[in-house]
Design a protein around this ligand. Structure first.
Ligand code: SF4
Length: 337
């Protein structure tokens, strides 16, 4: 049996379970479309448990579209640091400006108009429309995609056109005309807590009588992942008279301040090495004491050490600074430029 064979039964089972087991997440306590949009941007590519403190701090600093639209990009990037994938912060900032300039500071209720905002795709537009305005809009995020693929025993890759179409069609068939907000939240929660990626808890699943999966652990199927590419990136740690030289990125972390890039790795031992993932890359950041003074240019600037906390600095570079600066203070023979 598939859930679409008896959608009302499926919805009843789902909601009864959700009422008992739902997590108390801060963005579930509000109907404010701005706060919901913020949470949706933050939750893209970030685990639920990580988001609440960032979400609370963000709303305290930028409580509405107008406050965010007025902010400088450096303030926005600074508030976002630690969450990574800074394109989301830039898009959220741009979306706030569009809402202020084009929609008089009020989120439109129409899903098609919401979908015109920068960084807002079909999923996010549907999430805002259903969570803020309780409109009957289907949504398919990663948790719901996995759940629906298993419920319908879908054996083709879900990240190809046919798979995506199947998931959106199933989500639409299951959607109630009223209380879509609860329904969509319940689907996401069931995917996150019960129909988990590795070990689906079928024994305790409230909708198992509607589930067609025969080998749920093998679903959903996906086309093969692109190969992870290794990158080595050398940077310099240049400190002088309580000041540090930083470079403003024009690429990956556009607008943020990082340790200055080196054209090539020196033949010396790095002061520090750390790895971090970036889309389909594994990046090794190596930090060296500079062998020669830097030639000043528009992207390089000396900052007082006390200023660093207020700067937008990408997480890998902030981690490097946190490790290197105490060493620099303790070790008088540390190489200075
Ligand atoms: S947990 Fe098991 S029974 Fe429930 S939807 Fe997932 S695969 Fe089906």
């Amino acid at each position: 049996m598939s859930p679409v064979d008896d959608a009302p039964l499926f919805r009843r089972q789902l909601l009864a379970w959700f009422r008992r087991h739902r997590r108390d997440l801060p963005w579930r306590r509000t109907r404010d479309p701005y706060a919901i949009l913020v949470s949706e941007f933050m939750l893209q590519q970030t685990q639920v448990a990580t988001v609440p403190p960032y979400y609370e701090r963000w709303l305290a600093r930028f409580p509405d579209f107008a406050a965010l639209a007025r902010a400088e990009e450096s303030q926005v990037l600074h508030a976002w640091q630690g969450l990574g994938y800074y394109a989301r912060a830039r898009n959220l900032h741009a979306a706030a400006r569009v809402v202020v300039e084009k929609f008089n500071g009020t989120m439109p209720r129409c899903t098609q108009k919401i979908a015109t905002l920068p960084g807002v795709g079909r999923y996010t537009a549907g999430a805002v429309a259903s969570f803020a305005f309780d409109q009957a809009e289907p949504i398919v995020d990663a948790n719901i995609a996995r759940l629906l693929a298993r419920l319908t025993n879908w054996q083709l890759p879900i990240d190809l056109a046919a798979g995506r179409a199947h998931l959106w069609k199933t989500a639409t068939q299951l959607l109630p005309q009223r209380r879509a907000r609860l329904h969509n939240s319940a689907l996401m929660e069931l995917g996150a807590l019960v129909c988990r990626p590795r070990r689906p808890d079928c024994v305790r699943c409230p909708v198992r009588s509607s589930c067609a999966a025969t080998e749920p652990e093998l679903l959903p199927r996906k086309k093969s992942n692109p190969r992870v590419i290794s990158l080595h990136e050398p940077h310099a740690f240049a400190v002088r008279h309580n000041r540090i030289l930083l470079e403003q990125s024009r690429e990956r972390w556009r607008g943020m301040w990082m340790l200055p890039r080196l054209a090539a790795s020196p033949k010396t031992t790095p002061l520090l090495q750390l790895d971090f993932p970036f889309t389909h890359h594994r990046v090794t950041l190596s930090v060296f004491a500079p062998a020669a003074p830097f030639v000043p240019n528009g992207q390089l600037r000396w900052f007082r050490l006390a200023e660093i906390d207020a700067l937008p600095v990408p997480s890998p570079h902030r981690r490097a600074l946190e490790q290197l600066l105490p060493r620099q203070k303790l070790c008088s023979t540390f190489p200075l430029t």
